[in-house]
Design a protein around this ligand. Structure first.
Ligand code: DX5
Ligand code: ZN
Length: 216
């Protein structure tokens, strides 16, 4: 089974992003998760294109960009140009998800779709065959450092069922409150990619923490 860690840059020291990239490069993390927040879809504002470009210049791993913005369709080209390897948008933010999926694919990068914990998993039925990745939020999008919602395990099981029923091959990613303690259970439940912000960057040895998440 595919198992990846995608540490979230949101929890890194913003005054030294180069060091964060070098840590990622030296670690077993396969992707670097980049949270883009617009103060509109979510209450918080994070960072945009210049920061992503700067990170891209120093990070050797694919950038896993999570858009928490209204009208993501307006900015797909710019995120692709800035260096996104995977571009994930929220189902809640668009009128026609299929159109947005096609627009992202046209940039020849990977496409992901995501939903907050209050959106029924069943809405994903139409899209599992069209995307490379489904991201299930395990907290409400907007802030790092929140507590993992245990009800997520039922949602993961439901998504797995939908993927199986549609004979789809998309990866399952989860985001929010992931740590060394719950990583193993999440992988065992069928999750392929774990996003972890504070649990990685707020530890003494992030490289070791990433290793433990993969191997505990
Ligand atoms: C929350 C973001 C997450 C966040 C995760 O809206 O999408 O990626 O950085 O942070 P932790 O791992 O600290 O919950
Ligand atoms: Zn995220």
């Amino acid at each position: 089974m595919i198992k990846k860690i995608s540490p979230s840059l949101l929890a890194a020291d913003f005054s030294n992003l180069k060091a964060a990239c070098e840590m990622i490069n030296a670690s077993e993390a396969e992707w670097l998760h980049i949270d883009v927040m617009d103060g509109s879809f979510v209450p918080n504002i994070s960072f945009g294109f210049p920061v992503i470009e700067a990170v891209k210049a120093h990070c050797s791993k694919p950038l896993d960009v999570h858009l928490m913005i209204v009208h993501p369709e307006k900015y797909i080209k710019r995120f692709a140009e800035a260096g996104a390897g995977i571009l994930t948008f929220h189902f809640e933010t668009v009128e026609n998800p299929m159109e947005v999926i096609d627009m992202i694919k046209a940039e020849e990068i990977k496409v992901g779709i995501t939903i907050n914990p209050d959106v029924p998993v069943s809405v994903l039925e139409h899209y599992v065959n069209k995307v490379d990745l489904v991201l299930l939020m395990t907290v409400f999008a907007g802030y790092g450092g929140q507590k993992f919602m245990e009800t997520s395990f039922e949602r993961i099981a439901e998504l797995k069922e939908i993927i199986k029923r549609n004979n789809a091959h998309c990866l399952i990613e989860v985001d929010g409150g992931v740590n060394v303690q719950n990583a193993q259970k999440l992988f065992e439940s069928g999750v392929n990619v774990l996003v972890a912000g504070s649990a990685v960057f707020n530890t003494e040895n992030p490289i070791e923490t990433i290793h433990e998440m993969l191997n505990r």
